[in-house]
Design a protein around this ligand. Structure first.
Ligand SMILES: Nc1ncnc2c1ncn2[C@@H]1O[C@H](COP(=O)(O)OP(=O)(O)O)[C@@H](O)[C@H]1O
Ligand SMILES: [Mg+2]
Length: 506
């Protein structure tokens, strides 16, 4: 029967979902469940507490959303509570659940900051089955007893690692004190830092742990490149790369919130359609940035890891790492923003010679093929842009307005002149500026790599222990010396430790 709704070979049929749920799945265009959905859905349907870890963009929302919708009793009470770290994520989750549950009479309500308390609470009269809330606002309602007979059967913590990063863990623990104990608890997260594991131990009951590790971090659809630059060249490098790549949609990841702000501002000043997104921005501003980026009003989003986590943005053609990411995991998450749904993507990492070792660690850890590229000079960039412009112009659809104007102008202008004038107009704002040479050439880097290897060999030889333990000891002593030296700034202490070490050697 359900065959009417999803493909008859779809694994979605194996979950035993109601017809109405399958219809929602079909309408959203899902054909097969994603790996996290395959594993988590049966466990959730069995009523187990679940900890589920999978990368951003792997369909975690539907992994908890579908079983939730399927098991709604429609008894007039709030049956499920989903806690998300930000208002945008709450809206996104609410949207997806609403769409999946379209044929299931699902009603959701969002309790988030920045909206009228009165209006929000009024929505409870409509008898929603699912509440999606951010911790602050929810706690406010719970503390002030605004929610009458609030006992959801299922509680979901979504994007838990972001909750940790935003400092919400204490709030979460407090929220759980207000809830009845016998609910099913589901914890979803992209990464699983220790504090989240501890939280899980406190609030989950004998949970099933599901972890989907990205089997292929070297997604073939993503071309991964790195460019070696000097620290002061980052902005010029980004600008040149944007000029030569002409990304349709790019996310630039920065390490710090301030950096995101400054870079976005600088890009705007230089005529690019950029916007920033980070945790220090007002919700409203963040919302505006995301909306502009999603609607392609701006095509460059400068964001910190945390701010961008969990947000579902499709069609990202380029991911830039302004600095090398702090760890391999973050690298994988960031680049996973592009090359989605069979589309090609480009992931670009800027690194200084000093950061080169970090990059190597990422390469080794992720087994990714990240290739060294050179930042194109002005002439090469212009040539590349020319080709892209020609391609773009030839493909561009002709509008009615253009035809109308053409009719008016055709008798009064020479066609060659007209085309040239139009091209001049078009290209006015796309001059390639900045220094001609940015970053290191390949041969410079190879020289640098050789030096690095030699240096490493030399240190290795020096360190090669006759007695490994002794070497360990001397290393520790060295560290100790440094610490003591820093603290007391006396030579005596380090001398005495040296003597000790020497006497041990003997
Ligand atoms: N089985 C599926 N098939 C196709 N697309 C899916 C499937 N499950 C989810 N999606 C889509 O993938 C995108 C990312 O899902 P989301 O739940 O936001 O990921 P996550 O929470 O893991 O970061 C959404 O647009 C969602 O609609
Ligand atoms: Mg999510």
């Amino acid at each position: 029967m359900a065959k009417d709704f999803v493909d008859e070979v779809s694994d979605f049929l194996n979950f035993g979902f109601k017809k109405s749920v399958l219809r929602g799945i079909k309408e959203l265009g899902f054909i097969q469940p994603s790996p996290i959905q395959k594993e988590a859905i049966p466990a959730i349907l069995d009523g187990l507490d679940v900890i589920a870890q999978a990368q951003t963009g792997t369909g975690k929302t539907a992994a908890f959303g579908l079983p939730l919708i399927n098991s709604l009793k429609h008894n007039g009470s709030i049956e499920a509570l989903i806690i998300t770290p930000t208002r945008e994520l709450a809206m996104q989750v609410s949207d997806e659940i609403f769409q999946l549950g379209k044929y299931n009479k699902v009603r959701t309500v969002c309790f988030v900051g920045g909206q009228s308390v009165f209006k929000q609470l009024e929505l409870l009269d409509k008898k929603p089955q699912i509440v999606i809330a951010t911790p602050g606002r929810l706690l406010d309602y719970l503390r002030n007893h605004k929610l009458k007979s609030f006992s959801p059967r299922v509680v979901v913590l979504d994007e838990s690692d972001e909750m940790l990063d935003m400092g919400f863990l204490d709030d979460i623990e407090e929220i759980f004190q207000y809830l009845y104990k016998d609910h099913q608890t589901l914890l979803f997260s992209a990464t699983m830092p220790i504090p989240i594991k501890h939280l899980a131990q406190k609030i989950l009951n004998n949970p099933k742990f599901i972890k989907i590790t990205p089997e292929n971090t070297t997604n073939e659809d993503i071309s991964q490149r790195y460019y070696i630059i000097n620290d002061a060249e980052r902005e010029e490098a980004i600008v040149r790369l944007i000029d030569s790549e002409m990304p349709s949609k790019a996310i630039i990841f920065t390490r710090m919130k301030k950096e995101a702000d400054i870079l976005a501002k600088r890009l705007i000043e230089r005529g690019y359609k950029a916007c920033a997104m980070h945790g220090d921005m007002e919700q409203r501003e963040r919302h505006r940035s995301i909306k502009a980026f999603k609607d392609s009003k701006s095509n460059i989003l400068v964001a910190t890891d945390i701010a961008a986590r969990g947000l579902d943005i499709s069609g990202v053609s380029h991911v830039f790492n302004f600095h090398i990411p702090l760890n391999p995991e973050s690298y994988v998450h960031r680049i996973g923003r592009t090359g989605r749904a069979g589309k090609k993507g480009v992931a670009i990492t800027l690194a200084t010679p000093l950061e080169f070792k970090e990059l190597r660690r990422i390469k080794e850890n992720t087994k990714a093929t990240i290739e060294l590229y050179e930042i194109p000079n002005i002439q090469d960039t212009i040539s590349k842009k020319d080709t892209q412009w020609i391609e773009k112009i030839l493909k561009y659809p002709i509008s009615d307005e253009a035809l109308r104007l053409y009719e008016q102008v055709r008798s009064s202008a020479d066609m060659t002149q007209l085309v040239c004038k139009l091209l001049s107009m078009l290209l006015e704002e796309v001059k390639v500026l900045g220094p001609n040479k940015i970053g290191l050439r390949k041969k410079d880097l190879q020289k640098f790599q050789r030096e690095l290897r030699q240096e490493e060999k030399a240190t290795y030889k020096k360190q090669k222990p006759d007695h490994p333990k002794k070497n360990d000891y001397s290393k520790k002593q060295n560290q100790k010396e440094r610490k003591v030296g820093q603290a007391k700034k006396t030579h005596k202490v380090s001398n005495s430790t040296k003597t000790k070490r020497n006497s041990k050697r003997k």
